[in-house]
Design a protein around this ligand. Structure first.
Ligand code: T4K
Length: 380
């Protein structure tokens, strides 16, 4: 284990993520409005203001605010009347597969692209059976799936297509929002995300009909006061969470720009370090500025990634090996018929990918130190 290398002036511990602070004047004003209105929930004025502001920000005419993205995924699947089996990726946060199960369907895991982190379109095509009703794909670490290929498969086979975009707030490809694909796309606005409401989520639907169904399901299934036409639940975003979102949204552009510059700094610092690759979206995409993920080369033993993460932790740096173990190895899924296909590329990603601190509190000195720790480990 290496000795600490961060020196005086570097702040440690260095957190993986640092929630964006709201504009405090704006937050106080919104809270005062909330109190004056005596309206704290049930789609009040702040909820509606945030929905409008996000619709404009994201370029999304059919948008619903949720208490969190996990509920958003569940309700998107329910709104699309998905049952049966849903083909999905194992290299993701637990919420993706759990949402499928809570929606009443069975996840079926297929592999990710060779050397990649996102679901493999060919593996999906090979896994479709008469019981398949949907595909749930994840833009892992803000890297876009091969959306055109997934859309083609979904259309050909009459499947619903839902994107888990928890890591991909405002991701754009060729100047188009990533939610232009599929029937529904779900963003998370959890505190760890670039834009946040402490807890929250956003469902962007393909059309008004799906959006209405999602909104009704999030409000107990009510289509008129007190009348439930579907088995809904309570997934409403409160006024307090909406107030926070309204005070965070104006801060997003500056933080995002800082993270784009930080990615460049990391990229330069790690350029000379053999056997580490930064995972970045292709040039036709915006940087969703949520995660900075790296991958250890296949030529290195699998233990290398965990050793590097341990070295970083020993130096007060919060690096993370997300999605290890894979969702497919959770006992419930392993034992209930969800794992039918080999998953070598997902297993490799789970052993080789890790995330580094990525927020405007990370200085160039931090990045130099991080690169030095990684290089030292790899040259030992
Ligand atoms: N789909 C995918 C692909 C997802 O990744 C997620 C969630 C979902 C769906 C579901 O979205 P939600 O239902 O949550 O909206 C986090 C988040 O809790 C979780 O939202 C997220 N994905 C997952 C990938 O990561 P941890 O375990 O990383 O959180 P934690 O508490 O260790 O914090 C990470 C870093 O952020 C640390 O450096 C501390 C810092 N932090 C965190 C919080 C919450 C703060 O400084 N302040 C804070 O308030 O789970």
């Amino acid at each position: 284990m290496s000795s600490p290398v961060l020196t005086e002036g570097d702040s440690v511990p260095l957190l993986l993520s640092r929630p964006l602070a709201p504009d405090s004047g704006l937050l106080q004003a919104h809270i005062a409005t909330m109190a004056a209105n005596a309206r704290y929930s049930n789609m009040g004025p702040l909820h509606d203001m945030l929905r409008e502001a996000l619709g404009a920000h994201l370029g999304a005419p059919h948008l619903a605010l949720m208490a969190n993205a996990t509920l958003g995924l569940m309700l998107a699947l329910r709104a699309l009347k998905v049952g049966g089996e849903v083909i999905t990726t194992p290299f993701t946060f637990a919420a993706s597969a759990h949402a499928i199960s809570w929606a009443g369907a069975t996840p079926v895991f297929v592999d990710v692209e060779p050397g990649g982190v996102n679901i493999d379109a060919e593996a999906i095509a090979a896994a479709i059976t008469p019981r398949t009703e949907a595909i749930l794909a994840v833009h892992a670490f803000g890297l876009p799936c091969d959306c055109a290929a997934l859309q083609k498969i979904a259309t050909q086979h009459g499947l619903a297509l839902v994107f888990d975009a928890a890591h991909a707030f405002d991701l754009r490809q060729n100047d188009q929002p990533i939610h232009r694909w599929g029937d529904a796309t779900v963003y998370s606005t959890h505190a760890t995300k670039l834009f946040h409401t402490a807890e929250g989520g956003v469902v962007v639907s393909r059309d008004a009909e799906i959006n209405t169904a999602v909104q009704q399901l999030a409000n107990f299934g009510f289509h008129a006061p007190g009348q439930a036409s579907a088995i809904g639940l309570n997934a409403k975003m409160s006024e307090m969470h909406a107030a926070l979102g309204l005070a965070v949204l104006p801060q997003v552009a500056q933080e995002r720009a800082a993270r784009v510059a930080l990615r460049e700094t990391y990229s330069r610092a790690l350029a000379g370090v053999a056997d580490i690759t930064l995972l970045a979206a292709t040039d036709d995409c915006t940087d969703s500025a949520q995660f900075l993920a790296c991958r250890v080369a296949d030529s290195r033993p699998e233990s290398t990634r965990d050793e590097i993460v341990d070295d970083l932790h020993a130096n007060g740096i919060d690096a993370r090996a997300y999605f290890n173990p894979l969702s497919s190895s959770f006992p419930h899924y392993r034992d209930s018929g969800s794992v039918r296909f080999p998953l070598p590329h997902a297993k490799s990603a789970a052993k080789r990918v890790f995330c580094l601190p990525f927020h405007s509190g990370v200085s160039p000195r931090h990045v130099d130190s991080i690169a030095r720790i990684i290089a030292t480990h790899l040259s030992a």
